[in-house]
Design a protein around this ligand. Structure first.
Ligand SMILES: [Ca+2]
Ligand SMILES: [Ca+2]
Ligand SMILES: [Ca+2]
Length: 78
């Protein structure tokens, strides 16, 4: 696992499979996303400070349930 500025997601789509409001402020702060439309999650995103913007992204590029890349902020779209 390495920490980079950008991460390569499997696709450039955004199918939100799940979004959670873990601190009950009415705004989602955890997202589970499928970026290539195969129905399996490959991107996990977290908003730590509750401003609605992603602070940490975890890419599971082979969809085995373990993180492959961790990046600060939202993933850069290629
Ligand atoms: Ca929240
Ligand atoms: Ca997928
Ligand atoms: Ca944030």
């Amino acid at each position: 696992m390495s920490e980079n500025e950008t991460a390569q997601t499997r696709g450039d789509e955004r199918h939100e499979m799940l979004s959670l409001d873990t601190n009950n402020d009415g705004k989602a702060d955890v997202w589970v996303v499928d970026t290539d439309g195969d129905g399996k999650a490959d991107l996990y995103q977290f908003d730590h400070d509750g401003d609605g913007k992603v602070d940490l992204s975890i890419v599971d590029s082979n969809q085995d349930g373990t993180p492959d890349q961790v990046v600060d902020g939202d993933v850069a779209r290629s």
